[in-house]
Write a protein that binds this ligand. Structure first.
Ligand SMILES: [Mg+2]
Length: 234
């Protein structure tokens, strides 16, 4: 196997962690959105979180797209509490949520330092499912927007294919002058960041923060913190 030249990081729950901003951001959004501000925020959060969890499973198994996920989590939650609403209100809620969430995301100095160190030895980038603006907003919020060269920020919403479809990895290989085995993907999703890349001949490191059982053999390493990459790659 040739030496690694390009390291691609997943974004969600790899560089930016959902648990760090999600609950506070959902509650803050309920408090300020016109449709929800008079409701019981804690009760509503309970319902929303349950709906969200069920939809995350559908999203992860590719039964729904990320756009459907965002609309449905609001519509289904409102339906459960007996409030009728529409797609426009759901989209507006989501826009407000994104503004609030962005202000709740903070840079991780240890991780940002590691990435700066890796950049001295490798090309670095991002491979993420989501919409272009929202994923760039997150990179900006965590202080990494200008660290990754734009040509190596691969966002499904821009490319037209989501991980783990082979096309998104093919797109990466066409856009960078590296062979598949010179690419290392680092991420938390076994399907999207380990199996998907490996099936295209890339290498992978699985960020297994929650100590889950691996889906099979294959990754170069399994880590529980990104900073463990230092001893593997530097
Ligand atoms: Mg992820």
């Amino acid at each position: 196997m040739r030496p690694i030249k390009l390291i691609l990081f997943d974004l969600d729950d790899t560089l930016v962690h959902f648990d760090d901003y999600y609950e506070a951001s959902v509650k803050d959004t309920f408090k300020s959105h016109f449709f929800t501000r008079d409701m019981n925020i804690d009760d509503l959060y309970g319902v929303f979180d349950e709906v969200n969890r069920a939809l995350v499973q559908k999203l992860d198994s590719q039964q729904i797209s990320i756009d459907e996920f965002r609309i449905k989590r609001f519509l289904f939650s409102m339906e459960r509490v007996g409030k009728m609403t529409d797609v426009d209100t759901a989209l507006e809620f989501e826009r407000l949520y994104q503004r609030v969430a962005k202000s709740n995301m903070k840079p991780n100095e240890g991780v940002n330092k590691l990435i700066a160190e890796l950049k001295d030895f490798y090309q670095i980038g991002v491979i993420t499912n989501g919409s272009k603006d929202w994923q760039y907003d997150k990179l900006q919020a965590i202080g990494l927007n200008s660290v990754f060269p734009k040509d190596y920020v691969f966002i499904s919403g821009e490319i037209g294919f989501e991980k783990p479809s082979p096309e998104i990895y093919h797109h990466v290989l066409r856009s960078s002058s590296v062979q598949s085995d010179q690419v290392l993907v680092v991420g938390d999703s076994w399907i999207n960041d380990v199996m998907g890349p490996i099936q295209q001949g890339m290498q992978a490191v699985w960020l297994n923060k929650k100590n889950q059982a691996p889906g099979g053999p294959g990754p170069l390493a399994v880590i529980s913190e990104l900073e463990e990459l230092r001893k593997i790659l530097l």
